[in-house]
Design a protein. Sequence first.
Length: 424
Amino acid sequence: MKNSILRPLTSMLGSAAALALLSGCSGATAPGDSELGTSAQALRCYDYSGNPNNTDGDCAWRDWSRLTPNNDQNVAGMQQEFAPALCGSEHGFLAVTADTGGHYHILQFDAPGVAPSWASYGNRQFVAKPSCGQREDVVNSSGQTVGAFVIAGKSTDNKIYTSAGVMGAPGPGNQGAPSEPFAAISSDTYSGGGNPTLAGSTHDRTVSAMALVVVDSNQVIWGYSRQLPYLSHSWSARVQGPKLPTGWAAVGAPAMVQLGLNYGIVVHAHNAGSHRDAFFYTYFFAVQWPPAFSAAIPGSGPATWTQWAIPLQAGQTISDDPALTADSTNGLTLWWRSNSQILETAAPNLQPPGSTPPILPAIAVKPGNTISFGSAPAALAGYTFDEGMYVVVARDSTGSPAGTGYSWFITDTNSFTGGETPGP
């Protein structure tokens, strides 16, 4: 029985593909009730004068390691095209992936250990990557408070389906399970686009709603909201948001995270005419009823898409869907894949008026491991995992020579030794 999910890469670089995990240190503790959206954090090492190191992507991170269950087996025929989903709380974490048939599978883990094996999550077939969001905690039959989640995806009938589940008790050997079967959130269909993103109330448990957004083939964003407790309510009717500027088309699924009473949304868009890729952002006020897309401060103006000018360095691109994290100490961080590397930087453009966080260059996450990644990342911030407060997962690009499918890698931030300190 293995007692840690962190499998060193020294024995497997250049061999079978894997799902990787990385984790990182922020100096934060558990998420509090303070509102987000007032700071942004790129994960850097700082010298004793407070100057960030914007070139060393290895400093802040521990090695990428394989995320595999205790039986050391991947999902048979893990879907190459689908990126992972990740959700969690102070009670543990949950990774979600798909097999080649489009069926979802889950794996519960925390720092002490990992579930015995990937578990099939329902029988429904999906045509898009999963999304996972945290809902309110629940008390299990043993009287323990455990984390609970919702998984969303676009199915073969072009409708969006969700299923609520509950995590097992923390510790190795426990696994999450559905609380209900997948059900369509509405009769709305999305024949093009429509890859859903789900966000829960992960940082301020007084915000009693979940949000789900999709961008359709006309480049219009649509939103749904559901009040908590989740199983006591239903999804709202969809509400229309802004259309992406002319010439721009969304790529994959948006990224979304709770920002106080609002939800911040970032989408990767491509302009075929100018051969450019860019990020755009907007906001969804999901906690009012009915919900509505909004300006940064709800009620201060109409919702719009704003292009985000990230200072990309030579050779950096936007290759895939973004991920967006927030925690009550360090604020917002944006993650995405550039060719075969995972990049991160602060998300200052999502801040409310009057805040002036620094705009730092994007740098690769632990590039020294020389893993070639082939999927968008999933990331989570604000909950302690091993040494760090940031957890990132992504799939490599090579596949398994033995035919056992693609795997995931995982990493977290380190404890910052050797004369450098985490950011302020």
